[in-house]
Design a binder for this molecule. Structure first.
Ligand code: GTP
Ligand code: MG
Length: 222
């Protein structure tokens, strides 16, 4: 193999390694926040977390799509989703809880927020997207790494994964009737998410009344 080529491959591997460290840090943070929340509120806002590093092939084709030269400098400057984390939660309200917890971390800087929950995309896509920056402490000092975080409910995730598959099956040109059906499915997903919150609120209220009744029984007024 050509030496120059091999050196470039090594350079890229080293360059991408730091994104793995950033994901490790975010994953640890999310686990701690979720466990603490469970301990304090007896409810865990996070259902599951999935993370991925964009493949060198996808990074290169994204740069080419943007008409940019394939250099590590351009990657750092223009590609913000090399490290990606997807956080799935039960309720829409949890999305903003998780956002608040991330935003209030001293070492995390939120660089941008796209709220497709409040303002869904025309196709019905909902999720909260953040680009954050987190320091990774290497032997030579801290390096600031960008990570894309997508936060959505299980129902939103169900819809998005199906839509993603269909999108690729039709190479980005989904036929009109299928788009309409997908949009209808998105509306049902949004209805389901609101319904789930109402049920959860009723459960909480019921449990509070039950607790008050128990306290009254033992003679303690709240
Ligand atoms: P990219 O250049 O593709 O990263 O998009 P962008 O810079 O316009 O950012 P945006 O926040 O809109 O989307 C980023 C990511 O969100 C995508 O890579 C997908 O993972 C996800 N996403 C955005 N829109 C959709 C959608 O309509 N359907 C699905 N299934 N996923 C979407
Ligand atoms: Mg992307």
């Amino acid at each position: 193999m050509n030496k120059d080529f091999q050196e470039r491959i090594e350079e890229w591997k080293n360059f991408l390694f730091i994104y793995k460290f950033a994901l490790d840090e975010i994953n640890t943070k999310l686990t701690i926040l979720n466990d603490e929340f469970q301990f304090v509120h007896q409810h865990n806002p996070i259902e599951h977390v999935k993370s991925r590093i964009k493949s060198p092939e996808s990074i290169m084709s994204k740069l080419q799509r943007k008409g940019l030269e394939v250099t590590t400098e351009n990657v750092e400057k223009y590609i913000k989703d090399i490290a990606g984390v997807r956080v799935t939660c039960s309720f829409t309200t949890d999305i903003y809880r998780i956002y608040d917890m991330i935003e209030s971390q001293d070492d995390i800087e939120v660089l941008s927020v796209k709220d497709y929950v409040e303002n869904p995309k025309p196709n019905g896509y909902k999720s909260l997207h953040l680009i954050i920056e987190i320091p990774v402490y290497l032997s030579k000092g801290p390096e600031f790494v960008k990570v894309e975080i997508q936060i959505r409910t299980i129902a939103m995730d169900f819809w998005a994964s199906l839509e993603h598959k269909i999108y690729y099956k039709f190479e980005g040109e989904i036929p009109g009737n299928l788009s309409t059906e997908l949009k209808e499915a998105a509306d049902i997903v949004h209805y389901l998410d609101s319904k789930m919150i109402r049920i959860m609120e009723e459960v909480t209220e019921f449990k509070e009344h039950e607790k008050e009744a128990e306290l009254r029984e033992v003679g303690v007024e709240k």
